[in-house]
Structures are given as structure tokens and as C-alpha cells.
Design a binder for this molecule. Structure first.
Ligand SMILES: NC(=O)c1ccc[n+]([C@@H]2O[C@H](COP(=O)([O-])OP(=O)(O)OC[C@H]3O[C@@H](n4cnc5c(N)ncnc54)[C@H](O)[C@@H]3O)[C@@H](O)[C@H]2O)c1
Length: 441
């Protein structure tokens, strides 16, 4: 049965806390695409297709022609940062995109200026930006962020807003009682409880206004009971955590294949060098720990060592990220994978991925924003597990294990879209083809 999905009428505002490498690469990219200078490569919402019905029906429309998504022409961008640079300056500093390309979209980018950030340096020690809000406590900060959102919406004549956290990775910490319920969290805001991270303040402000929120970093942010409760209360979709790019993308492509063939793995060593501001932040051990936890879970979830002790019970998994300024945003990663096959005979796989982090992340930000806006219009609220496809450490309901296999994640995403639009779900069973005339198969 088709769900009631409201049309994407009017303008969509995409607001991002953190106008650094990823956010500016996305904004500049959309501006270039709108001018016909480039194509939205890597974006499922813009270039992906979806099969409908049986293979014999040969129906495979573009996703954007199948579900009602906001049009690129109807998007307005904004955000917050601890540095005052406009998006053009920030994109130049990030050194991801070619200066010539940036010059072609200079006017649009210069017009986007950050709003003052809700910031606490205890959460990101390696940054010392001064463009920050000076409110008395976290409650006042949340109110100020809500004001920013409302002003942005009014000034830009937006019908709808979504927030995507593109800010730095915050330090690692475990959730505690202030995160356990909405009541405790709201009291914590008033008490200026230091355990409430800045990213949670943005998320709270958005959710309180019924605005969808997606988290592109590995920090907890919306992955706490208090904000899940608020999302349900205000009927708002949320998604997180951590954009799936680079090395983890490769892991979730390769590991399901090894597992599918019942090949054993006893070692996976992953090393990275990275020289952008993200790399600088991750050079602090407390911030790195947040990233490490997010990246480590992926293989465990795919290989399930407790269910397959003979194949994966003795797997050593190690991840290193090294800050190396000469490489800038062009992250280089090395994976050494020790595998074994029939009768335990050993083999090795080596991957040397010369990737561009923000080039892989930018279309994810766009897709997450467009899909979470769709979710809101489809009256879906709380954790949107179907968006796991884009995330390294997918947020799930309590006691529901995450699905990290990218192929299952894609199937889940596509089936969710089919379900929304009242199309048959595709199970790939295929037995019913036998009942058809041979010429159709
Ligand atoms: N690039 C990727 O492939 C990738 C993949 C997964 C996750 N991420 C995550 O996405 C985030 C952005 O990555 P990036 O490469 O653009 O980093 P970046 O350092 O270039 O940009 C982050 C920006 O956030 C700002 N910031 C920090 N705290 C803030 C706050 N409280 N409010 C507003 N702004 C704040 C910083 O000043 C900075 O400009 C990071 O957390 C990163 O770990 C990136």
C-alpha cells in the first residue's frame, strides 16, 4: 500500500554545523552541477536507479524520478562554524576542489556565511576558532541555535529545513544519566552540564522544532535515549553515525564477499595518512578514540565471530590514523588482510586506496539531507535505519544489531523506497519466473 508522502514543494534549507572540507565540497559541487559544469557522481539520489517489478518488465527509473525528492534548484545552504570564513574561503582553505572550479561558483559560495557556533573546546582540543556564541549556559545556547534556524528559514523563504552534522569529531565519552531521558537532558541543559556535547545542542534545537537531523561524525549526538525520545515526541526522523567513506567503505564492500564465500580472516590491519583539519582533530587521542570505536565495529558485525569461530574467532583488527599534512584531504590508506581458505591455506590481500575523503563524503551529505527530508514528508520518525547505507556506525533501535553489509544496506534502502511508493518489495527469490512464457524470461 502506498504511504502518504507529501510532495517536495517549495524550498529546502540544508543547514550544517561545521562548514569545513566536507560541507564546502558538497555546497560547491551542487553549485557546479546546477551550472552544468559537472555531474553528481557518487550520489544515489541524483544518479542511482531502482528496479521495479520483475526483471522481465525492464522498469528501472532514476530514484529521483521515482520518489518525490527536493530538486537541486530548490535547495538553500547554510551553517555554523567556529571560524568566520565564508564558504568560498573555507573551500579554498580545504584544498579539496580545484581553484578554477571554485572561481566559477565564487559568487554563490561567498554569499554563504557561517553563523556563530555553539562550541566547547573541551570537546575538540585541537581547534581554537573564536567565532562562537557567548550564551550563559547550554539551555541558552540551544535557544540561540533555534533562533538561528528560524531566522534562516524566514530569510530564505524555506518550506522545510534539515540539519546534517558536518562538524569535527568530538572526544570519546560514554553516555551517562543526563543522556538517559529527555527530562534529565533538559535539566542538564539548564544546569549547563558539561556532559552535553555541542553536537547534542544542535540536535536538540533541531528536533525540538521538528527538524530532521543526520549525524556525519562518529560522536554520540542523536544516539542517546534522550534525543531518540525527543525525535519520537516531535515526529522527527534522525540518522547517524559517521559518513561511510574511504577505508570503511572498502571494508563493507570486501568483507561481505569474503564472508559470503566462507573464507576465514585472521588479521586486518588498516593504516591511514591524512592531512586535513579532520586529520588534525583526530591527532588528539580522545578524538581518535571516537573514530576508532566507530570504525572497529564494522568487521565484527559483518563477520560475527561468535557465530563463526572457525573462520573469524581469532581475528586481529587494528586501525591507525596518522596526521600527515603534505597529503591534505587526499587520504591514503593501506590494508593488509590475512585470509585463509580450503584446509586453512593462507593468502593475503593488500589494498592501497588513494582516496579523496571529501569527494566521497560530499554526495553522502546531499543524499542524507534529501532522504531524511523525504522521511519527514513520509511521516517517518525516530531512527531511520534504511539510511545505514551511508554510515559507518549505523544507529539502530536498542537491542537491534546493526547491519553493516553494504549490499544488504542498499537492499534495505531500495525496499524502503519501494514500500513508501506502494511498489512490490524485491526479494530476489525469482521462482515465479518459471510460470512465465519462455520468451519473457
Ligand atoms: N571526509 C570524510 O570522508 C569523512 C568521513 C566520515 C566522517 N567525517 C566526519 O565529518 C566531519 C567533517 O569532516 P571534514 O573533513 O569536513 O572536517 P573539517 O575539519 O574540514 O570541518 C569540520 C568543521 O567543523 C567545525 N566545527 C567544529 N566544532 C564545531 C561546532 N561545535 N559548531 C560548528 N562548527 C564546528 C570546524 O571548525 C571545521 O571547520 C568530521 O567529524 C569527520 O570526522 C568525514
Amino acid at each position: 500500500m502506498k504511504q502518504q508522502v507529501k510532495a517536495a514543494e517549495g524550498k529546502l534549507g540544508i543547514l550544517m554545523p561545521g562548514l569545513g572540507a566536507v560541507a564546502t565540497t558538497m555546497i560547491a559541487g551542487v553549485a557546479a552541477i546546477k551550472k552544468g559544469l559537472s555531474k553528481p557522481i557518487g550520489s544515489l539520489t541524483q544518479m542511482g536507479t531502482i528496479r521495479l517489478g520483475k526483471r522481465t518488465e525492464n522498469k528501472e527509473p532514476k530514484i529521483k524520478d521515482f520518489v518525490p525528492l527536493a530538486n537541486l534548484e530548490d535547495i538553500v545552504f547554510g551553517g555554523w562554524d567556529v571560524y568566520e570564513d565564508n564558504v568560498y574561503e573555507a573551500a579554498l582553505n580545504a584544498r579539496v576542489l580545484d581553484a578554477n572550479l571554485l572561481r566559477d561558483v565564487r559568487e554563490e559560495l561567498q554569499a554563504i556565511k557561517p553563523m556563530r557556533a555553539a562550541f566547547d573546546r573541551n570537546y575538540v582540543k585541537n581547534l581554537d576558532g573564536k567565532f562562537v556564541k557567548e550564551e550563559e549556559n547550554r539551555h541558552e545556547l540551544a535557544l540561540a541555535v533555534m533562533e538561528d534556524i528560524k531566522n534562516f528559514q524566514a530569510q530564505n523563504n524555506c518550506d522545510r529545513i534539515v540539519l546534517v552534522w558536518c562538524g569535527s569529531t568530538e572526544i570519546y565519552f560514554e553516555p551517562s544519566e543526563v543522556h538517559e531521558s529527555l527530562a534529565a537532558f533538559e535539566q542538564g541543559l539548564k544546569d549547563n552540564d558539561a556532559r552535553i556535547a555541542p553536537s547534542m545542542i544542535y540536535a536538540y534545537a533541531a528536533l525540538k522544532l521538528g527538524i530532521p537531523f543526520a549525524n556525519g561524525a562518529p560522536n554520540l549526538t542523536v544516539d542517546i535515549p534522550a534525543l531518540i525520545e525527543l525525535a519520537k515526541e516531535t515526529n522527527t526522523p534522525i540518522a547517524g553515525k559517521d559518513f561511510k567513506t574511504g577505508q570503511t567503505l572498502m571494508k563493507t564492500i570486501l568483507a561481505p564477499g569474503l564472508s559470503a564465500r566462507a573464507l576465514g580472516v585472521n588479521g586486518w590491519f588498516s593504516d591511514n595518512i591524512l592531512g586535513n583539519r579532520d586529520g588534525l582533530v583526530l591527532d588528539d587521542p580522545d578524538n581518535f578514540k571516537t573514530k576508532e570505536v566507530s570504525k572497529l565495529g564494522v568487521l565484527e558485525d559483518i563477520f560475527k565471530p561468535e557465530k563463526n569461530p572457525d573462520l573469524y574467532g581469532d581475528m586481529y583488527h587494528k586501525i591507525r590514523i596518522n596526521y600527515y599534512p603534505p597529503h591534505g584531504d587526499n587520504k591514503e590508506s593501506w590494508d593488509n588482510i590475512d585470509i585463509f581458505g580450503w584446509l586453512g591455506y593462507k593468502m593475503q590481500i593488500k589494498i592501497n586506496f588513494l582516496c579523496r575523503d571529501s569527494i566521497l563524503a560530499a554526495p553522502i551529505v546531499l543524499d542524507l539531507a534529501l532522504f531524511i527530508d523525504l522521511a519527514k514528508r513520509a511521516n517517518m520518525s525516530g531512527i531511520q535505519e534504511w539510511l545505514s547505507f551511508y554510515l559507518k556506525s549505523p544507529q539502530t533501535l536498542p537491542n537491534v544489531p546493526a547491519e553493516n553489509d553494504i549490499f544488504k544496506q542498499l537492499m534495505k534502502l531500495q525496499n524502503t523506497l519501494r514500500h513508501m511508493m506502494g511498489e512490490d518489495l524485491i526479494t530476489h527469490l525469482g521462482l515465479d519466473y518459471e510460470e512465465e512464457p519462455v520468451e519473457n524470461v
